[in-house]
Design a protein around this ligand. Structure first.
Ligand code: HEC
Length: 150
């Protein structure tokens, strides 16, 4: 390889490497905004005001939902069956509040900057307080006959 080619190759490799390093640094710097996963450690009481002003229009004050706009209706958080769904984790709720469900009319509250991440955590905790008192498993066991309503 002629000397000039080798110099160019090395220069190219260095440019590629520093670009990669910059990308990794950028990814690391932007990561914390979306890093929260797992059960919410939010404060339910702190979210009541936001829930009342921004959410009850579609989710109802008691969380029973059933409001249909353009796609899926709002879920019924008063129904144990809703919570029996293994998909309905805090990660799922967090994703919905952050990124919305635009086809159904659920606003991307986090992505649009209307609600800040700590308030999203508080809202998740608040939604949990709307759950029916009985644990879903117990409610199912106590039911005399299985009635499947889909
Ligand atoms: C304009 C109506 C509307 C408003 C206002 C609204 N939502 Fe929703 N939301 C929806 C709809 C519709 C769905 C169902 C989306 C789907 O499943 O496709 C939904 C789904 C959700 C879900 C997923 C829940 C689940 O159990 O499946 C969460 C969490 C949620 N909303 C939280 C909130 C919070 C918190 C607020 C207030 C900051 C809010 N929503 C305001 C319409 C709304």
């Amino acid at each position: 390889m002629p000397r000039s080619t080798r110099v160019r190759t090395v220069a190219f490799a260095l440019t590629a490497f520093s670009t990669l390093t910059a990308l990794v640094a950028f990814a690391a710097a932007t990561a914390p905004a979306t890093a929260t996963t797992g059960p919410s450690k939010g404060n339910a009481a702190a979210a009541k005001a936001i829930f009342t002003s921004k959410c009850i229009v579609c989710h109802k004050a008691d969380g029973s939902g059933g409001v249909k706009l353009t796609g899926n209706p709002t879920p019924n958080w008063k129904d144990p069956k809703t919570w029996a769904d293994p998909k309905r984790t805090d990660d799922y709720l967090r994703d919905c509040i952050t990124n919305g469900k635009t086809p159904s009319g659920m606003v991307a509250w986090g992505k649009t900057g209307q609600i800040k991440p700590p308030d999203i955590e508080n809202l998740i905790a608040y939604i949990h307080t709307l759950k029916p008192a009985k644990a879903p498993a117990k409610a199912a066991a106590a039911a005399p006959a299985k009635t499947t309503t889909k």
